[in-house]
Design a protein around this ligand. Structure first.
Ligand code: FAD
Length: 514
């Protein structure tokens, strides 16, 4: 607990920097900022909420925080699912006023944006110029910001083709949490004579230090992002496997990648169980019950020319329908409100609304995400291990779980041998269940970590579970602490993540054997 006088003094000094309209310590504001989209956590109230507009203002706030030794947590859209952008006491930095597009450089294919801009706003502007950042950001893209996406190493639509959010990042302008509030630029922009047109070559890749850091290494204020011409022709097709066989999914994924190449924009797989759950839930059911046999594969293609798109569609059909492994599928077989794939048109609205349906299949449930990446060759094994865990520890799940402890689950293919297993567990969202839910959530993440899974948004719950699983060697943990100490000597930015409570704290206290 910070002394009230310290908070009051810091408040006054920050107010002098950013003005009284953009700082608050009122209870209703603290309550409004007390949560992410992760009901398993209790409410957490910051002492001060600030909304800076410029990098220089952030730097001044950081200096004041260091002067009074007050901890800080950065926040973008607050759409985190794992307790990342809330703060118990201290300063919560809402960065959503840093929402400008500073430059769209069509000659050199990059843009410069404030890290508080949402994916939706940025992409809508880029679309007008026929451009895209490739990856469209997370499913929460109307609320989530570029800063949150880079900090969470977000996976999203078009990730099959373009990779994770950091893969399109050429550099950042970042405020270090040190006593001077040091401002640095990374990538080619580290050369003060250069524009931010490329990431590597000027110095070591310090951009990477701030990617997927869940706001522990610095406060990202501007991002330099790659631009691509947006291929104007797009199509989506669905296929249902005739058997619930993930080895077959792996084989088909490989063939599509090899034979469709650059035209493969997104490849997703919806498990059999999800199709069954959805078919039980929809309002507008067809009179004839759908014959569901296995996972649904969703293939999204893009091309610069309609004739090329037609060739891609032909190749995909040939691969998917060979040896009767799959049949063409339409969501209308389950839900009459869905559009037929031949009528599908890409819209940002559809993409960003897509997840709402899956992220909480029953709203009064807590949604504890367990999304992680696995090597594609270990897809079947990982899916089986997930199922075995759910069966083995069924009794430890909170009451009110669906028959299978998933609230959402599908697979997304990424470049270079990665595959994301999206999923999570639920349970009745009540105060009494909080501890049970947290315990099984951490246990499941430890289990995934130990079979070699790599998560992406880490926030508090996931970063701590990885430490508990004993994933990091003592050497790695020391290196991590040393790197953080170099940028954050007073240990003020995003405490608690990774079970790191001070530089002297012994993380081995948190190891858990399951
Ligand atoms: C409906 C729904 C769908 C989702 N779909 C996806 C998805 O498809 N893929 C995916 O990866 N995630 C998804 N998420 C999770 C989450 O929304 C994303 O990871 C998103 O990128 C978070 O962005 P944000 O701006 O809301 O970040 P916040 O919640 O504000 O913050 C996330 C983390 O980043 C840090 N942070 C934020 N901004 C900065 C900054 N400027 N500098 C330093 N640190 C910062 C915070 O401290 C926190 O640790 C989804 C969530 C919901 C609710």
């Amino acid at each position: 607990m910070l002394k009230i006088s310290i908070v009051k003094n810091a408040y006054k000094e920050i107010e002098d920097v950013i003005g009284s309209d953009f700082i608050s310590d009122k209870d209703f504001m603290k309550a409004a900022y007390s949560r992410n989209v992760d009901p398993a956590f209790p409410d957490r109230w910051a002492d001060i909420i600030v909304k800076p507009e410029t990098t220089e203002e952030v730097s001044e706030i950081v200096k004041i925080a260091n002067k009074y030794k007050i901890h800080m947590v950065p926040r973008g859209g607050g759409a985190d699912l794992v307790g990342g952008s809330v703060s118990e006491g201290g300063i919560l930095l809402d960065l959503t006023r840093m929402n400008q597009i500073h430059e769209i450089n069509l000659d050199d294919y990059y843009c410069v944006v404030g890290c508080g801009i949402t994916w939706g706003s940025m992409l809508s502007e880029l679309q007008k110029k026929g451009m895209t950042t490739g990856i469209l950001g997370p499913g929460s893209g109307y609320a989530a910001t570029i800063g949150g996406g880079l900090s969470n190493a977000t996976v999203g639509f078009s990730s099959t083709k373009y990779g994770l959010t950091p893969d399109i990042c050429l550099g950042v302008e970042v405020v270090l949490p040190d006593p001077k509030g040091t401002i640095v630029r990374t990538g080619s922009a580290a050369n003060q004579y250069a524009t931010p047109f490329c990431r590597y070559g000027v110095a070591p890749d310090f951009t990477g230090l701030f990617m997927g850091d869940v706001g522990t290494m610095g406060i990202k204020c501007k991002a330099f992002l790659r631009l691509f011409p947006d291929p104007p022709f797009k199509a989506r097709r669905y296929y249902m496997l005739l058997k619930d066989d993930y080895n077959k999914v792996f084989e088909l994924g490989h063939k599509l990648r090899k034979e469709v190449g650059d035209g493969l924009n997104d490849l997703m797989v919806f498990p059999f169980i999800l199709a069954q759950l959805l078919s039980a839930q929809v309002v507008n059911k067809p009179s004839k019950r759908a014959k569901l046999t296995g996972p649904v594969v969703s293939v999204t293609l893009d091309a610069t020319d309609e004739r090329i798109l037609d060739v891609y569609l032909e190749i995909v059909d040939k691969i998917m329908l060979k040896d009767d492994a799959c049949r063409p599928f339409e969501w209308q077989e389950i839900d009459l409100d869905m559009v037929l794939s031949k009528d599908w048109k890409f819209t940002l609205k559809e993409e960003f609304n897509f997840f709402q349906k899956y992220i909480s299949m029953a709203p009064p449930k807590s949604s504890c995400t367990t999304c992680h990446k696995v090597a594609i060759s270990r897809l079947n094994e990982s899916v089986q291990k997930g199922v075995q865990f759910n069966v083995k520890y069924q009794k430890e799940f909170p009451p009110g779980n669906p028959p299978y402890p998933v609230f959402a689950s599908f697979l997304m293919f990424l470049p270079n041998g990665n595959c994301v297993i999206v999923g999570g567990l639920g349970g009745d969202n009540t105060d009494e269940n909080r501890e049970t839910t947290m315990n099984i959530w951490h246990k499941k993440i430890r289990h995934q970590t130990r079979y070699g899974g790599a998560h992406y948004w880490l926030g508090e719950s996931i970063s701590q579970s990885i430490v508990e699983a004993g994933a990091y060697t003592p050497e790695f943990m020391q290196f991590f602490k040393d790197m953080k100490k170099a940028v954050d000597p007073n240990y003020l930015l995003s405490p608690n993540k990774f079970h790191m409570y001070s530089y002297d704290h012994d993380y081995t206290e948190h190891l858990v054997e399951d």
